[in-house]
Write a protein that binds this ligand. Structure first.
Ligand code: ZN
Length: 253
Protein backbone atom coordinates (compact mmCIF):
# COMPACT_ATOMS: atom_id res chain seq x y z
CA UNK A 1 0.00 0.00 0.00
CA UNK A 2 1.59 3.30 -1.05
CA UNK A 3 1.89 6.19 1.37
CA UNK A 4 -0.97 8.68 1.12
CA UNK A 5 -0.80 12.35 2.02
CA UNK A 6 -3.81 14.52 2.85
CA UNK A 7 -3.90 18.27 3.55
CA UNK A 8 -6.37 20.20 5.68
CA UNK A 9 -6.98 23.88 6.35
CA UNK A 10 -7.72 24.23 10.05
CA UNK A 11 -8.79 27.86 10.14
CA UNK A 12 -6.96 31.09 9.35
CA UNK A 13 -4.90 33.63 11.25
CA UNK A 14 -4.43 37.32 10.40
CA UNK A 15 -1.06 38.86 11.26
CA UNK A 16 0.94 41.97 10.32
CA UNK A 17 2.48 41.32 6.89
CA UNK A 18 5.95 42.30 8.07
CA UNK A 19 5.97 39.26 10.38
CA UNK A 20 5.86 37.15 7.21
CA UNK A 21 7.77 39.31 4.69
CA UNK A 22 10.04 41.78 6.44
CA UNK A 23 9.19 45.37 5.52
CA UNK A 24 5.79 44.66 3.93
CA UNK A 25 2.91 46.78 5.17
CA UNK A 26 -0.69 45.85 5.95
CA UNK A 27 -1.94 42.54 7.20
CA UNK A 28 -2.04 39.01 5.79
CA UNK A 29 -4.60 36.29 6.39
CA UNK A 30 -2.86 32.94 6.45
CA UNK A 31 -4.21 29.39 6.18
CA UNK A 32 -3.33 27.05 9.06
CA UNK A 33 -2.34 23.70 7.53
CA UNK A 34 -2.31 20.24 9.02
CA UNK A 35 -1.42 17.02 7.17
CA UNK A 36 -2.32 13.36 7.56
CA UNK A 37 0.10 10.73 6.29
CA UNK A 38 -1.29 7.21 6.00
CA UNK A 39 1.47 4.59 5.98
CA UNK A 40 1.03 0.79 6.22
CA UNK A 41 2.68 0.94 9.68
CA UNK A 42 0.72 3.86 11.12
CA UNK A 43 -1.04 7.16 10.70
CA UNK A 44 0.99 10.32 11.25
CA UNK A 45 -0.19 13.88 11.62
CA UNK A 46 2.10 16.80 10.83
CA UNK A 47 1.02 19.79 12.92
CA UNK A 48 -2.35 20.08 14.61
CA UNK A 49 -3.45 23.67 14.02
CA UNK A 50 -5.11 25.90 16.58
CA UNK A 51 -6.45 25.19 20.05
CA UNK A 52 -10.21 24.59 20.32
CA UNK A 53 -10.53 27.37 22.88
CA UNK A 54 -9.73 29.94 20.20
CA UNK A 55 -13.17 29.19 18.71
CA UNK A 56 -15.02 30.28 21.83
CA UNK A 57 -12.66 32.31 24.00
CA UNK A 58 -9.66 33.68 22.11
CA UNK A 59 -8.94 36.25 24.82
CA UNK A 60 -8.89 33.62 27.57
CA UNK A 61 -6.64 31.42 25.46
CA UNK A 62 -4.18 33.82 23.86
CA UNK A 63 -4.35 36.84 26.16
CA UNK A 64 -4.74 40.54 25.43
CA UNK A 65 -1.15 41.17 24.32
CA UNK A 66 -1.25 38.48 21.63
CA UNK A 67 -4.63 39.65 20.30
CA UNK A 68 -3.25 43.15 19.71
CA UNK A 69 -1.63 41.85 16.53
CA UNK A 70 -3.26 38.49 15.77
CA UNK A 71 -6.82 37.63 14.84
CA UNK A 72 -8.20 34.09 14.68
CA UNK A 73 -10.71 32.84 12.11
CA UNK A 74 -11.51 29.37 13.32
CA UNK A 75 -15.00 27.90 13.21
CA UNK A 76 -16.42 24.74 14.79
CA UNK A 77 -15.80 21.87 12.37
CA UNK A 78 -12.49 23.31 11.13
CA UNK A 79 -10.44 21.74 13.95
CA UNK A 80 -8.24 18.80 13.04
CA UNK A 81 -10.28 16.21 14.97
CA UNK A 82 -13.41 17.12 12.96
CA UNK A 83 -11.50 17.19 9.69
CA UNK A 84 -10.22 13.67 10.39
CA UNK A 85 -13.61 12.35 11.45
CA UNK A 86 -15.15 13.79 8.28
CA UNK A 87 -12.98 11.33 6.34
CA UNK A 88 -13.68 8.46 8.75
CA UNK A 89 -10.36 8.64 10.58
CA UNK A 90 -10.77 8.52 14.37
CA UNK A 91 -8.27 10.94 16.00
CA UNK A 92 -7.51 8.06 18.41
CA UNK A 93 -6.06 6.09 15.48
CA UNK A 94 -3.24 8.59 14.93
CA UNK A 95 -0.02 6.87 16.00
CA UNK A 96 2.49 9.70 15.45
CA UNK A 97 1.94 13.42 16.03
CA UNK A 98 4.82 15.40 14.55
CA UNK A 99 5.11 19.07 15.41
CA UNK A 100 7.21 21.21 13.09
CA UNK A 101 7.64 23.40 16.15
CA UNK A 102 5.58 24.35 19.18
CA UNK A 103 4.06 27.71 18.21
CA UNK A 104 0.33 27.91 18.97
CA UNK A 105 -0.78 27.65 15.33
CA UNK A 106 1.09 24.35 14.89
CA UNK A 107 0.70 22.58 18.23
CA UNK A 108 -2.62 24.08 19.42
CA UNK A 109 -4.61 21.01 18.37
CA UNK A 110 -2.30 18.44 20.01
CA UNK A 111 -4.87 17.78 22.75
CA UNK A 112 -7.32 16.52 20.11
CA UNK A 113 -4.99 13.62 19.26
CA UNK A 114 -5.13 11.42 22.36
CA UNK A 115 -3.07 8.29 21.63
CA UNK A 116 -0.18 9.42 19.44
CA UNK A 117 3.49 9.70 20.30
CA UNK A 118 4.52 13.35 20.08
CA UNK A 119 7.60 13.70 17.87
CA UNK A 120 9.49 16.93 18.23
CA UNK A 121 13.12 18.00 18.05
CA UNK A 122 14.71 17.95 21.49
CA UNK A 123 16.08 21.49 21.16
CA UNK A 124 12.57 22.76 20.29
CA UNK A 125 11.06 21.07 23.34
CA UNK A 126 13.81 22.33 25.65
CA UNK A 127 13.51 25.86 24.26
CA UNK A 128 9.72 25.91 24.64
CA UNK A 129 9.74 24.53 28.17
CA UNK A 130 12.31 27.10 29.31
CA UNK A 131 10.18 30.07 28.22
CA UNK A 132 8.02 32.02 30.66
CA UNK A 133 4.26 31.48 30.62
CA UNK A 134 3.89 35.02 29.28
CA UNK A 135 5.50 34.15 25.91
CA UNK A 136 3.33 35.32 23.00
CA UNK A 137 3.93 32.39 20.63
CA UNK A 138 4.46 29.33 22.84
CA UNK A 139 1.55 28.32 25.09
CA UNK A 140 2.37 25.37 27.32
CA UNK A 141 -1.29 24.33 27.53
CA UNK A 142 -0.95 23.32 23.86
CA UNK A 143 1.89 20.84 24.20
CA UNK A 144 2.80 20.20 27.85
CA UNK A 145 -0.19 17.92 28.31
CA UNK A 146 1.40 14.62 29.29
CA UNK A 147 1.55 13.02 25.83
CA UNK A 148 4.13 10.29 25.30
CA UNK A 149 7.12 11.99 23.67
CA UNK A 150 9.92 11.04 21.32
CA UNK A 151 12.46 13.85 21.49
CA UNK A 152 14.65 13.54 18.41
CA UNK A 153 17.82 15.27 17.28
CA UNK A 154 18.33 15.86 13.57
CA UNK A 155 16.96 13.67 10.78
CA UNK A 156 14.51 10.98 11.80
CA UNK A 157 13.05 8.26 9.56
CA UNK A 158 9.60 7.64 11.01
CA UNK A 159 8.84 4.21 9.57
CA UNK A 160 12.35 3.09 8.62
CA UNK A 161 11.77 3.03 4.87
CA UNK A 162 12.60 6.62 3.88
CA UNK A 163 9.01 7.51 3.01
CA UNK A 164 8.35 9.85 5.95
CA UNK A 165 11.42 11.67 7.27
CA UNK A 166 11.74 14.57 9.71
CA UNK A 167 14.30 17.08 8.41
CA UNK A 168 15.82 19.57 10.82
CA UNK A 169 15.17 23.07 9.42
CA UNK A 170 16.30 25.17 12.38
CA UNK A 171 16.04 28.94 12.08
CA UNK A 172 12.41 30.00 12.47
CA UNK A 173 12.77 28.51 15.96
CA UNK A 174 15.74 26.71 17.58
CA UNK A 175 14.37 23.24 16.85
CA UNK A 176 12.11 23.66 13.84
CA UNK A 177 11.69 20.62 11.56
CA UNK A 178 10.05 19.98 8.21
CA UNK A 179 8.75 16.66 6.87
CA UNK A 180 9.67 14.88 3.65
CA UNK A 181 6.92 12.57 2.40
CA UNK A 182 7.33 10.23 -0.56
CA UNK A 183 4.05 9.07 -2.07
CA UNK A 184 3.78 6.63 -4.95
CA UNK A 185 4.55 9.31 -7.55
CA UNK A 186 5.89 12.40 -5.80
CA UNK A 187 8.08 13.81 -3.09
CA UNK A 188 6.67 16.55 -0.87
CA UNK A 189 8.40 18.80 1.62
CA UNK A 190 5.97 19.98 4.27
CA UNK A 191 7.76 23.17 5.27
CA UNK A 192 5.97 24.25 8.40
CA UNK A 193 7.30 27.72 9.15
CA UNK A 194 10.70 27.06 7.53
CA UNK A 195 9.23 28.89 4.51
CA UNK A 196 5.94 30.75 4.72
CA UNK A 197 5.27 31.69 1.10
CA UNK A 198 6.24 30.82 -2.49
CA UNK A 199 7.44 34.41 -2.74
CA UNK A 200 9.71 33.93 0.29
CA UNK A 201 11.61 31.20 -1.54
CA UNK A 202 11.62 32.88 -4.96
CA UNK A 203 13.02 36.14 -3.61
CA UNK A 204 14.85 34.74 -0.55
CA UNK A 205 12.70 37.24 1.35
CA UNK A 206 13.04 36.60 5.07
CA UNK A 207 10.27 37.18 7.60
CA UNK A 208 10.41 40.03 10.09
CA UNK A 209 10.51 37.60 13.00
CA UNK A 210 12.92 34.69 13.16
CA UNK A 211 15.09 33.08 15.81
CA UNK A 212 18.12 32.90 13.45
CA UNK A 213 17.88 34.64 10.07
CA UNK A 214 21.14 33.27 8.68
CA UNK A 215 20.02 29.73 9.49
CA UNK A 216 16.66 30.43 7.81
CA UNK A 217 18.41 31.64 4.69
CA UNK A 218 20.50 28.46 4.60
CA UNK A 219 17.25 26.46 4.90
CA UNK A 220 15.74 28.46 1.98
CA UNK A 221 18.73 27.41 -0.13
CA UNK A 222 18.29 23.76 0.85
CA UNK A 223 14.60 23.94 -0.04
CA UNK A 224 15.44 25.45 -3.43
CA UNK A 225 17.87 22.61 -4.00
CA UNK A 226 15.24 20.00 -3.16
CA UNK A 227 12.78 21.81 -5.42
CA UNK A 228 15.25 21.79 -8.31
CA UNK A 229 15.56 18.03 -7.87
CA UNK A 230 11.80 17.61 -8.28
CA UNK A 231 10.34 17.90 -4.78
CA UNK A 232 7.07 19.78 -4.32
CA UNK A 233 7.48 22.44 -1.65
CA UNK A 234 4.39 22.81 0.54
CA UNK A 235 4.76 26.39 1.79
CA UNK A 236 3.81 26.88 5.40
CA UNK A 237 1.18 29.63 5.24
CA UNK A 238 0.78 30.73 1.60
CA UNK A 239 -2.83 31.86 0.97
CA UNK A 240 -2.53 31.84 -2.85
CA UNK A 241 -0.61 28.58 -3.16
CA UNK A 242 -2.92 26.92 -0.67
CA UNK A 243 -5.97 27.49 -2.90
CA UNK A 244 -4.50 24.95 -5.33
CA UNK A 245 -3.93 22.26 -2.70
CA UNK A 246 -6.54 19.45 -2.66
CA UNK A 247 -8.11 18.96 0.75
CA UNK A 248 -8.77 15.66 2.54
CA UNK A 249 -10.49 13.29 1.83
CA UNK A 250 -8.86 13.89 -1.57
CA UNK A 251 -5.21 12.85 -1.31
CA UNK A 252 -2.32 14.72 -2.90
CA UNK A 253 -1.14 13.14 -6.15
ZN1 ZN B 1 5.99 29.51 13.94
Amino acid sequence: MPVKLYAFTCGYLTLPATFILKGDTGRLTLPIPSYLIVHPKGKALFDSGLHLQTQTDPLGYAGEESLKFSEFHFLPGEEISSRLMAMNVDPGEITHLINSHLHYDHAGGNGQIPNADLIVQRNEWDHAMALPDTDLAYFKQDFDIGQRRQLISGEHDLFGDGSVVCLPTYGHTPGHQSLRVRTEKNEYILCGDACYLKESLEKLHLPGIAHDKEAMLAVFRRLRDMQSRGATIMYGHDPNFWQSVPQGPICLP
